[in-house]
Design a protein around this ligand. Structure first.
Ligand code: 5AD
Ligand code: SF4
Length: 436
């Protein structure tokens, strides 16, 4: 989401006459887009800000500012704490950046942190940064009001609001015309996307939006993130099943395998509900991969609760998981009412147990892939060798393969689809060979 937001910021500042550069040592402004979701994310940002002091000493015109969730959370307090910062700008205030930078150039310090109930940057065509020209993100909604008890996002990103579907479809179509072959539709909870048009017309929900984007061209792959399990509907799965270019991969954050924890987390579903959704996915889309987020050591988590999470991982057998230690965030319901009472070493121990189990499951899942053949969207050179390329299958698994098939035949080119047979694997990657 921050990556997509930075592309919106680049567009807004581009319009105002600013250009991007690649090295901080050439810049007049360094803008750091930030995440506030866990304390370690914030500490990394503070470290970066402090590192820039040396450069600022050599380059006095250089001004440093913070964008995004940390700006929203800490506001001008952040400038008081990090005195080499000149400005902070929250996620709904990016249109004010040109004016803000003007003030900063005049020597003022400034904070723009007002949240909005309507801002979606719908009319702004993002400037693609670090792009491979093949895959891109499209933000379809902003904000979140689920108020999971541990989470700071509703406070830093404000109320949920959906973007005009026509502007989303147009953006995807323009990208396809430029040669892009995959778009990922982004929102904190895409399943609650809702656009109400004039009375008499049908409102557009997420399944309808997906369908419209998928129908642009069968060669355009469509992905999405993130789904909240409470809102994952059969209707969406039906639409996915009907369109081969909607990718067979669903990110379904579970957070915990214990009903007691899920209730304290205010997730609004039970383990039974979650497993029913997993079953529905497997019914409609037998070849769909499922990935998740999980938190270890939330308030009051007992060893039984933790075991329940491990059990759930064994049952679902995720293809990938983002795994975190609970980090208490100021202002959340949990910080006000639920003690952060699991010792850090114990959180680490539980986290490592989940990581080890998930690593084993991912490897076992990948071993079953050996011998299968997939259509892969070729993305670029593998990190290790120029002779090898990498791409992803519909399930979002990375496949690495030789540029030229061993049987002769045409070399693969980034931005095209090729068939690849899996020959070997690690827990993270499938190793294959071109088979078409
Ligand atoms: N501590 C740890 N992890 C968190 N997440 C959100 N808030 C916290 C927190 N306070 C995780 C959740 C979410 C992912 C984006 O970050 O797992 O799905
Ligand atoms: Fe945070 Fe919950 Fe919203 Fe996700 S759904 S952003 S975890 S409040």
């Amino acid at each position: 989401m921050n990556f997509a937001d930075s592309e919106v910021v680049a567009a807004i500042l581009g319009e105002a006459g600013y250009g991007l550069c690649t090295e901080p040592s050439e810049a007049d402004f360094v803008l750091i887009n930030t995440c506030a979701i866990r304390d370690n994310a914030e500490q990394r940002v503070r470290h970066r800000v402090r590192e820039l002091r040396a450069l600022q000493a050599r380059r006095p015109q250089l001004r440093v500012g913070i964008l995004g969730c940390m700006a929203e959370r800490l506001q001008s307090r952040l400038m008081a704490e990090e005195d080499n910062l000149s400005f902070v700008c929250g996620p709904d205030a990016y249109r004010r950046l040109p004016a803000l930078l003007h003030q900063v150039r005049e020597g003022m310090k400034s904070a723009e942190v007002e949240l909005s109930t309507t801002e979606t940057y719908a009319d702004i065509e993002p400037v693609r940064m670090d792009s491979n020209g093949i895959t891109a993100y499209i933000s379809i909604m902003r904000g979140c009001q689920n108020y999971c008890s541990y989470c700071v996002v509703p406070y830093t990103r404000g109320r949920e609001r959906s973007r005009d579907p026509q502007t989303i479809v147009n953006e995807a179509r323009t990208l396809f015309g430029k040669g892009y072959r995959e778009v990922t539709l982004l929102g904190q909870n895409v399943n609650s996307y809702q656009w109400s048009v004039a009375s008499g017309q049908c409102p557009v929900g997420f399944p309808e939006l997906m369908e419209r984007v998928a129908e642009i061209d069968p060669r355009l792959r469509v992905r999405f993130a993130t789904s909240h399990p409470k809102d994952l509907s059969d209707r969406l799965l039906e639409v996915m099943a009907r369109h081969g270019n909607i990718c067979r991969c669903i990110h379904l954050p579970v957070q915990s395998g214990s009903n007691r924890m899920l209730q304290l987390m205010n997730r609004k579903y039970t383990v039974e509900w979650y497993l029913d959704r997993v079953e529905a996915i497997r019914r409609y889309l037998p070849d769909c991969s499922i990935t998740t987020d999980v938190i270890a050591g939330f308030s009051g988590e007992t060893l039984e609760d933790h075991q329940a999470t491990l059990d759930l991982f064994r049952r679902v057998r995720y293809d990938y998981a983002f795994m975190f230690k609970y980090s208490e965030r100021e202002g959340t319901y949990a910080s006000r009412h639920l003690p952060d009472d699991i010792a850090d070493e114990e959180k680490t121990r539980r986290l490592n147990e989940i990581i080890a189990l998930q690593g084993q499951i991912a490897l076992e899942n990948n071993r079953k892939e050996v011998g299968r053949e997939y259509e892969v969207l070729v993305e670029g050179e593998s990190h290790r060798s120029k002779e090898r390329l990498f791409g992803r299958n519909s399930q979002n698994k990375v496949l690495v393969f030789d540029r030229v098939p061993s049987t002769g035949g045409a070399a693969a080119e980034p931005g095209t689809y090729r068939r690849v047979r899996v020959a070997d694997c690690t827990a993270a990657t499938l190793l294959g060979e071109l088979s078409d």
